[in-house]
Unconditional design. Structure first.
Length: 301
């Protein structure tokens, strides 16, 4: 089942320029969906629409299989979210901060220590929140979002501004939440390396359009399919001519001959031909673009 299904989402802030065009998003139950895109791509706008924080202008959103608008209150009671910075009262401890939300949400009091444990803040005792690191404040915000035991957590760039240690802490915490509590997570980021290490599914948005949506594995497969062979010889011009005469489509790039990826026997055959024609082969290697390049290619179109 899809926890979130959005179809044809379109949004304009001003009349001329659409900020979202026909966005389609399907978040599988139990997945960690990484919503990736450069700054200004439309991530926050999409997430705000899904939480009813912006009035929908076009398209359909279903959450837990129900149309969002009709079942808004019921659906929101099962969603935790953190859009932009968390509200943290600096003069209160972690427990006191959560007490404010526990009363507002009317959740049982014993959820406070549970939520603090889930985000790894249970040992902070009498320490006031203004003494917390940015990462701890962020985790406190996530604890507040978890108080009512939601089965969907929506986080908008939760690691923005965190140092590498803080980023790792949030990542591990989210992974545990997903694995141990079965929480479906929709998390946005403009940083591929962050999403790549965490997400099971990926959506890539650019200038208000979805450029890719699928499992992380299918993105990796795409990367594999985009691989090529790089060849370096004692005379690349002669090698180019020879390979072109053999029905291949070689190109010279950065002092190397590039060919489409091939199986091992075909590579051995290429090597043999080059050697038989008196060329010294210095290197034959299969080269894969890294995911970053794939991402850049998608977003540079
Ligand atoms: N309230 C608003 N009024 C006008 N334009 C907005 C508003 N919010 C966002 N935008 C514009 O919409 C585009 C997408 O913004 P946003 O959804 O915040 O992107 P992201 O979260 O991916 O950085 C940007 O060009 C931004 O300037
Ligand atoms: Mg944003």
């Amino acid at each position: 089942m899809h926890t979130i299904e959005a179809i044809g989402l379109t949004h304009h802030f001003s009349k001329e320029i659409p900020v979202l065009e026909n966005i389609e998003m399907r978040v599988r139950e139990g997945s960690i969906y990484g919503f990736l895109g450069p700054n200004g791509a439309g991530k926050t706008t999409t997430l705000r629409l899904m939480l009813g924080l912006l009035r929908k202008q076009g398209g359909e959103i279903s959450i837990f299989g129900k149309p969002f608008e009709k079942h808004r209150t019921e659906l929101l009671s099962n969603i935790g979210s953190l859009i932009e910075s968390p509200t943290v009262y600096g003069h209160l401890t972690a427990t006191e901060n959560l007490t404010v939300w526990q009363k507002a949400y009317r959740c049982p009091k014993n959820r406070i220590p549970e939520a603090l444990r889930l985000v790894g803040l249970h040992g902070t005792g009498i320490k006031k929140a203004h003494q917390f690191s940015l990462g701890m404040k962020q985790r406190l915000g996530i604890a507040a979002a978890l108080l009512h035991q939601p089965s969907l957590l929506v986080l908008d760039e939760p690691t923005n501004g965190l140092d590498p240690g803080g980023i790792i802490e949030i990542r591990e915490m989210l992974r545990n939440l997903n694995r141990e509590e079965g929480v479906t997570i929709l998390i946005s980021s403009h940083l591929l390396p962050e999403i790549e290490k965490l997400a099971t599914d990926v959506g890539i948005i650019h200038r208000g359009k979805m450029l890719f949506q699928g499992s992380l594995a299918s993105l990796l497969l795409r990367q594999h399919q985009a691989s090529r062979i790089a060849i370096e010889t004692s005379d690349n011009a002669a090698a180019l001519q020879l390979l072109a005469g053999n029905g291949l489509d070689p190109r010279i790039e950065a002092g190397c001959i590039n060919l489409a990826a091939a199986e091992k026997p075909a590579i051995a055959d290429i090597n043999r031909k080059l050697v038989q024609h008196g060329l010294d082969v210095y290197r034959i290697a299969t080269v894969e673009d890294d995911l970053e390049t794939i991402f850049m290619n998608l977003t540079n179109q």
